[in-house]
Structure formats: structure tokens, C-alpha cells
Design a protein around this ligand. Structure first.
Ligand SMILES: NC(=O)c1ccc[n+]([C@@H]2O[C@H](COP(=O)([O-])OP(=O)(O)OC[C@H]3O[C@@H](n4cnc5c(N)ncnc54)[C@H](OP(=O)(O)O)[C@@H]3O)[C@@H](O)[C@H]2O)c1
Length: 245
């Protein structure tokens, strides 16, 4: 595949470029607001400077780029893997509209273990339906969105199963933490804890590239993880976002 990596000069962008070198796929161009010609690879400051299509775009930049990203992807019909988090309701509505014409994967966490955590949470809730839930997330100090997209997604997963479950989200920003999420199910004097953490951004980067290879063969639509189309759950996710919890 010929790929565009958006946010290529950031922390995730660097991890994706490294994973790309090992993958055999090709970088068509990077896009980053900090592009200055010293990158040593093709790189532009914005999508308006790109005039040809790639096979897929991998986006790990900032939500402020959403409009430009969607304009390019729609004009050239390029499938889009959005790893960026922190989108507003309006951003998600625009992404949804664009997905009528092209496949878009909007995924706040590409780690495989996180997908497993979500499945385990379902099992825990089935056994402890009257519990309360505490989601704790820790990330590096320069992370822009709070709470994390993953914490909001976990909360919406849980509400889908038990709508009135009390959920609190605790966020911590420290050092260069690559991302950890703990879900605690408190049931009277009992507590069950499931924890997932990532020690290297290469985890997210490799999975995002695999996701791109999967997405390019998909029909237009909005997907939330490999093999999973977005559905009404999305409205719960948006509600969590609105409440800012
Ligand atoms: N889905 C996942 O699995 C996953 C995993 C990790 C991170 N993430 C998300 O990925 C995103 C990037 O994370 P990061 O840690 O790599 O952040 P980062 O280090 O700040 O990198 C983002 C890069 O994008 C650039 N940028 C910002 N606005 C832009 C715009 N409008 N146009 C072009 N480039 C722009 C930034 O430049 P400036 O520094 O000048 O702003 C920076 O170089 C975040 O939303 C994060 O939450 C997702």
C-alpha cells in the first residue's frame, strides 16, 4: 500500500513511520503542521498540498485537522484510519457523513489487549450487574484530550450493557506514559479489576497499519474496530463525550 501518515512529526507519527519501514508498505507522503523540508522523506504542511491519491491515510494528528483530512479523503476517495482522539460531536457528524462515500475506521485504541479488555468487561458485567464501575486512565503529560477517547469508549460499552450503572472516570497525566486503562467493578465488599497498559507506541502503530490493510478492502461505512461497523453504540459514545466524564 502507498500510505499517507498525518501527524507524521508527532510521537505516534514517528512510531508509524518506523513500523511502516518494517512492514513493506510505502510512505507516499507525511502531513504535519510542523513540516519544514528537513524531514528526509516526502512531507507537506497540509492536505491541500497533496494532489494525488494514496491507498489509505493513517491519521494521528489533532482533531483540528478533521475538516482538511475529510476534504482530501473525500475528493480522492481514500480510505481513512483515524487514530486521533478528542473529536467533538460536530467532528464525528462530519466523519459519519464522509463515511457514506468511503470506508473510515475511527478507533481510539488499536491495542489488541484493549479489545480483549472490552470483552472481559462484558463478562464481568454479566456476573456483577449491580456493581459500580471506576475507569482509571493514565497518559503522558502532553496528551490533549481528557478523559481519553478509550475511557469514553469503555464507558459507552458498559452503559450499552447496563444503562444505569454508576461510572466514574479518573484521569492522570504523567511523564511519557504510553497509555494505561484500568476498569474496576465494585460490588459490595468485592472488587474486580482489569488492567491494560502499553509500553511502546509501536503496539498502536503496527495494529493501525494492519487495520489500514483491512480497511482498503471494505465497503464505505464507519467502523470502530477491525471487523466492527459503528452502530447505535456511537450515540452512547457521543453522550459520554458531551458529559465530559
Ligand atoms: N488510536 C490509538 O491507538 C492512539 C494511540 C496513541 C495516540 N493516539 C492519538 O493520536 C493523536 C496524536 O498523538 P501523539 O501522541 O502522536 O501527539 P503529538 O506528538 O502531539 O503528534 C501530533 C502531530 O500532529 C501535528 N498536528 C497538530 N495539528 C495539526 C494539523 N492541524 N495539521 C497537521 N498536523 C497537525 C502536531 O504538531 P504540533 O506539535 O505543532 O501541534 C504533531 O506533530 C492524539 O489524538 C492521541 O490521542 C491514538
Amino acid at each position: 500500500m502507498d500510505l499517507i501518515v498525518s501527524g507524521c512529526k508527532g510521537k505516534m507519527g514517528a512510531a508509524v513511520l518506523e513500523a511502516l519501514r518494517e512492514s513493506g508498505h510505502k510512505l507516499l507522503s507525511g502531513v504535519d503542521i510542523k513540516a519544514d523540508g528537513t524531514e528526509g522523506f516526502p512531507c507537506v504542511g497540509g492536505f491541500s498540498a497533496l494532489h494525488s491519491a494514496a491507498d489509505c491515510i493513517l491519521d494521528f494528528s489533532d482533531r483540528s485537522q478533521t475538516e482538511e483530512l475529510l476534504a482530501y479523503a473525500s475528493a480522492f476517495r481514500v480510505p481513512l484510519v483515524i487514530g486521533t482522539t478528542g473529536q467533538t460531536e460536530e467532528d464525528v457528524a462530519a466523519i459519519r457523513r464522509a463515511s457514506m462515500r468511503l470506508p473510515i475506521l475511527l478507533c481510539s485504541n488499536f491495542a489488541r489487549g484493549l479489545t480483549l479488555l472490552r470483552r472481559m468487561a462484558e463478562t464481568a458485567l454479566a456476573a456483577l450487574p449491580h456493581c459500580s464501575v471506576i475507569i482509571s486512565e493514565t497518559h503522558h503529560i502532553s496528551k490533549r484530550d481528557l478523559p481519553s477517547g478509550t475511557a469514553k469508549y469503555l464507558a459507552s460499552d458498559i452503559r450499552k450493557l447496563v444503562p444505569d450503572v454508576p461510572i466514574s472516570i479518573r484521569s492522570e497525566r504523567t511523564g511519557d506514559e504510553k497509555g494505561s486503562h484500568t476498569v474496576r467493578f465494585v460490588h459490595g465488599a468485592e472488587m474486580l479489576e482489569i488492567r491494560h497498559s502499553v509500553g511502546s507506541r509501536s503496539v498502536y502503530a503496527r495494529e493501525a497499519i494492519e487495520a489500514a490493510a483491512w480497511l482498503v478492502a471494505c465497503q464505505p461505512g464507519l467502523y470502530t474496530e477491525k471487523g466492527v461497523a459503528a452502530d447505535a453504540d456511537w450515540d452512547l459514545w457521543l453522550r459520554e463525550s458531551r458529559q465530559g466524564r
